[in-house]
Ligand binder design. Structure first.
Ligand SMILES: NC(=O)c1ccc[n+]([C@@H]2O[C@H](COP(=O)([O-])OP(=O)(O)OC[C@H]3O[C@@H](n4cnc5c(N)ncnc54)[C@H](OP(=O)(O)O)[C@@H]3O)[C@@H](O)[C@H]2O)c1
Length: 232
């Protein structure tokens, strides 16, 4: 897809991978609506910050309305990136944390994607990029609930790419390993560090996915730090 002047929604845009992705798409001339609960710290004529809890369908509908009002209906790109994870043994994980991970990481994909599909079908093109995780292909001790949400992202993505391909709509999934963001702020077992990948690296991969030619669909992209423990 040629990116200049396309309209994109990036969820989880206030920090980390989403913030870097919004910046990268703006560099490419995309009109970007950045959706997160807190305001996104970007000032740019092609950017609008929308404050929304993507785990609430009512809020997502309002955010979508605001986005369309600002840029128009022809939304061609959706980056389903908003997400969070809590660590904890399965037997003691608080029920609220289970539900918060599912509403933020999984329900949000249903809400946001359901609203953009009709617009992409009208356009005859579109690209939905879902951010899963290495936790979406492997089990990680102490992260069962998070792993469940990210495996769900994989299942949704694989079904959707088959459902939407004949409308000219692509669905790709990115599975990052550890990335230096705010994600680990409340973790005790791991701290964000410079041997992790940088959010700008993931953003570049997302932009490259979007720029692929019309009949070329990268389905799954797994990315990892080359030397996660630093140079040995
Ligand atoms: N960092 C890693 O190592 C890693 C690895 C694999 C996959 N991932 C995935 O990458 C994605 C981005 O995470 P990150 O690493 O960039 O973490 P981050 O720095 O913590 O950023 C998370 C973003 O999601 C937003 N968000 C969280 N809950 C939200 C909600 N209910 N509604 C709207 N926005 C919400 C946050 O904004 P507000 O707080 O302002 O709402 C923030 O902008 C997530 O899906 C995560 O699971 C991360």
């Amino acid at each position: 897809m040629k990116l200049a002047d396309k309209i994109a929604i990036v969820t989880g845009s206030s920090k980390g991978i989403g913030l870097a992705t919004a910046k990268k798409l703006l560099e490419k001339g995309v009109k970007v609506a950045g959706w997160s609960r807190s305001a996104t710290p970007i000032k740019h004529p092609n950017f609008t910050s929308v404050q929304v809890d993507v785990g609430s369908y009512d809020e997502v509908k309002k955010a979508f309305g605001q986005t369309i009002q600002r840029f128009g209906e022809e939304v061609a790109i959706l980056i389903n990136n908003a997400g969070l994870g809590f660590e904890g043994d399965f037997e003691s994980l608080a029920e609220e944390k289970w539900h918060l991970m599912f509403s933020t990481n999984v329900d949000s994909i249903f809400y946001c994607t359901q609203l953009v599909i009709p617009k992409m079908k009208n356009l005859g093109e579109g690209h939905i990029v879902n951010i899963s995780s290495i936790a979406g292909t492997n089990g990680i001790a102490g992260m069962a609930a998070y792993c469940a949400t990210k495996h769900a992202v994989r299942g949704i993505s694989h079904a959707l790419f088959k459902e939407l391909r004949n409308y000219g709509i692509k669905v790709s999934t990115v599975y990052p390993g550890s990335t230096q963001t705010n994600f680990f702020a409340d973790f005790t077992s791991v701290a964000s560090n410079e041997n992790m990948m940088q959010p700008e690296d993931i953003a570049l991969t997302i932009a490259q996915l979007l720029e692929t030619s019309a009949n070329y669909l990268p389905v799954d992209i797994e990315v990892r730090p080359l030397q996660p423990k630093g140079k040995q």
